[in-house]
Write a protein that binds this ligand. Sequence first.
Ligand code: MG
Length: 349
Amino acid sequence: MRHLLIALACLTPVALTAQAPKRWKAHDPERPKPRVVTPAAAVGQPPSDAIVLFDGKNLDAWSSETGGKPGWTLRDGYMETAPGAGAIQTRRGLGDMQLHVEWASPSRVEGSGQGRGNSGVIIMGRYEVQVLDSYQNQTYTDGQAGAVYGQYPPLVNASRGPGEWQSYDIIFRRPRFGADGRVTSPASMTVLHNGVLVQAGVELWGTTNWLQYGSYTAHADSLPLVLQDHSNPVRYRNIWARPLPPVERPGDLAESRPAMVLSSAQLDAYTGKYVDGKFEMATVVRRGNTLLLVMPGSPRRELRLVPVSRDVFTLGRTAGTVEFSRSGDRVTRMHFLFAEQDRWGDRQP
Ligand code: MG
């Protein structure tokens, strides 16, 4: 029994640590380095880490909506909707991502309003960025090219003419849902149409719908990207996506906790100005039971010193350590190590 208790006592903190989310201090050297991505030689081409969904050679990454062969026509470097063949969708799921799509409405203008070059980039099969020939073509504004269909008109009409290749660059964040299925964070989109900002981080009100606003229903984190067949022959080429990691928020910052409690008299032993030759390096002040490292300059920077052992402190929300040395009982020097600085300062008498 005793052994079991010791084993449990040893295991529990490990289990808790394993579950704790990663938290970072300011300038934390442990924070993972961003991956190196080689940008494409030409604007719009896929960077090194993109998932190429269509490069003009085949439709291997795509299926019909029922999982069969896609019914669209592959031509010289592009694909074209085959009116009546239905939508196509990626075989893989996608969620948070940067998405690049190029499209062209028919060069011969037929129809008007929503009937002219209509298709759509429908992210997760739910959230549509409208594809439409909106060059000198009037329709309801939340249904023109660059609109989040039925929700947000584009900020400007950046359309090129019929038959010309156009691009969408979309930054999409999927909605998040709680255990009860309610949305805890709505989907959001930023869209550039031919390099011009048309949607700036708009929060979606729910699934795309016609005639009325949709609402959210809980869904998977990753779902196929759909291209709409709206019975007009629209062309697509050069489609790629870069899945994005989740966003870290300020509330996720790490913070040190003291390993020991020092009395006011013990804390006062460290206070005073520390200089590196002629230069003021930092001043240590006590405020109540807290020791602060005040950096020179503006704005005023106060870093909380958190004791971890005798004369050794870590910084509250900044990655680094400060270690004091003594001559006899008297604190005489400070060694600080943070944000690529490794400096010594002498305490002024
Ligand atoms: Mg559409």
